[in-house]
Design a protein around this ligand. Structure first.
Ligand code: NAD
Length: 473
């Protein structure tokens, strides 16, 4: 049996009959790969009711038993990793190879295991003879996990794992663009978990997400997606007072200081910007390079960019794929066309890669871009990086900080201390030095400003899906 045949078997367990399902295309070819079930608002209500009924017994199992079940779920995902990676690659478009589909499956189990074993004990605040104050954490109730289409499995795990660990039950709503791979992941996890602890609802109708976020029995919404939808979720929480973790859009700046070594940083810059073909929340989306090494950095980056193979993800060797959907392709094409109209310099790419498929866009570097260009100021979420020249680092810091987004940022330098001093002045949830987007399950992650609020990962992530209780006296 080939890997593909195995993937079809898992797909068959989760997909709907063609007569009632919604056709889901292969992101690279447009060919239908399966049919997604279509849940209604009434299905959301029933899922939340079942999750609420299951929650006390799940919490009552105790932390040790929940941790053990999550570790078993990680083993089950490992056992299905190849089939899940194939389905993900076809549905999302990301190649199997490179920091893409197989890498995403590896991240799923890494995060699941770390979350299953992180320790959030009682926090003792005061410990006098007659004066004790401590904080303990218990479950909130039912968590809504609403996700995007770019890293659909990894982000689902980020939302699901801490919620379950703390004794909450979860209703998970994948993006309408990538339902099948998330359904398959949930199926594998549910082979291990008790019934109704983790329930998927899927739909192409945005009413389903809206109902879930505003449902009176939802206690917490873990949301990753656009800033526009994030605002709607904040409004919805006015009614149910659900706690929120919002991981929203980013427009991360990278600042290359004059003492950086262009050859040494070029590959890191490339993957910081082009991981998942640029469709990554905390990717490097605008690069500010000091005038004194500007040409060397552009040349070094161009050398790396031009040798990275792009193509259909399930064909081995490709490390860049298509845009996941036509809407995102149109955004990237519009922004690059606008840059050309402004006379910006196309160093690499600049055109659709129509020979590869309808939503492929060439790996694109746009030099001599400027603040105010739509390609700089808007989130491109695709394989087109604007490079901006600066001569005073104060200007670069001001440029980096001037937009609404505040997810990540990076500083590139041969002098770590100088880089840290610049990093400390950047308004972003995380600022990396000599890398971009390198996340770890033990290191908290979250946005500031328009990129949202709330921390994920580590014990901070566990606290975010828990109800604190202070006992004092
Ligand atoms: P999106 O906001 O369009 O959709 C995200 C999810 O919200 C989908 O499941 C969608 O069905 C659901 N939804 C839509 N309307 C809703 C409503 N009114 N109430 C509740 N749910 C609703 O985002 P997208 O296009 O899928 O994802 C791309 C965006 O996500 C980019 O801006 C990217 O930067 C951001 N993103 C952020 C992070 C992060 O960690 N900060 C990670 C990945 C993606």
């Amino acid at each position: 049996m080939t890997d593909n045949a195995v993937a079809v078997t898992l797909l068959d367990r989760v997909q709907a009959a063609p007569e009632i399902g919604r056709a889901i295309p292969d992101a690279a070819t447009g060919e239908t790969i399966g049919w997604s079930p279509e849940h209604s608002v009434a299905d959301v209500d029933s899922a939340v009711a079942r999750a609420k009924a299951a929650q006390p017994a799940w919490e009552g199992l105790g932390d040790e038993a929940r941790s053990a079940l999550l570790l078993r779920a990680a083993d089950a995902i490992d056992a299905h990793a190849e089939e899940l990676a194939h389905l993900l690659s076809r549905e999302q478009g990301k190649p199997l190879d490179g920091p893409n589909a197989r890498f995403e499956l590896g991240a799923c189990t890494m995060w699941l295991r770390e979350t299953a074993t992180a320790q959030l004990g009682t926090q003792v605040i005061r410990d006098g003879d007659d004066d004790i104050a401590e904080i303990t954490y218990r479950a909130l109730g039912v968590v809504a996990a609403i996700g995007p289409w770019n890293w659909p499995l990894m982000i689902a795990i980020w939302q699901i794992a801490p919620s379950l660990r703390m004794g909450n039950t979860v209703v998970v709503k994948p993006s309408e663009y990538t339902p099948l791979s998330v359904l398959a992941l949930v199926q594998v996890i549910n082979d291990v978990l008790p019934a109704d602890v983790l329930i998927p609802v899927v739909s192409g109708d945005r009413e389903v997400g809206a109902r879930l976020a505003s449902h009176p029995d939802i206690d917490k919404v873990m949301f990753t997606g656009s800033t526009a939808t994030g605002r709607k979720i904040v409004e919805a929480s006015g009614a149910n007072l659900a706690r929120l973790t919002l991981e929203l859009g980013g427009n991360d700046a990278g600042i290359v200081l004059p003492d950086a070594d262009p050859a040494a940083i070029a590959e890191g810059l490339f993957w910081g910007a082009f991981i998942n073909t640029g469709q990554t929340c905390a990717a490097l989306k605008r690069l500010y390079v000091h005038d004194s090494i500007y040409d060397e950095v552009v040349d070094a980056l161009a050398a790396v960019a031009s040798q990275m193979p792009m193509g259909n993800g399930i064909e081995g060797g490709n490390v860049l794929g298509p845009l996941q959907n036509a809407k995102q392709f149109d955004i990237v094409r519009r922004l690059v066309e606008d840059a050309k109209q402004r006379g910006r310099r196309i160093v690499v790419g600049g055109e659709p890669a129509a020979d590869l498929g309808p939503t492929f866009f060439q790996t694109t570097l746009v030099a001599d871009a400027e603040d105010g260009d739509p390609l700089v100021d808007e989130e491109q979420f695709g394989p087109a990086l604007p490079i901006i020249r600066y001569s005073d680092v104060e200007d670069a810091i001001a440029s980096a900080n001037r937009l609404e987004a505040g997810l990540g940022g990076s500083v590139w330098s041969s002098d770590r201390e100088a880089a840290r001093a610049v990093a400390a002045r950047m308004r972003a949830g995380t600022v990396w030095i000599n890398s971009h987007g390198t996340i770890h399950p033990k290191v908290p992650f979250g946005g500031v400003k328009g990129s949202g609020y709330g921390l994920e990962f580590s014990v901070e992530g566990l606290k975010a899906v828990a109800e604190p209780r202070v006992i004092a006296g």
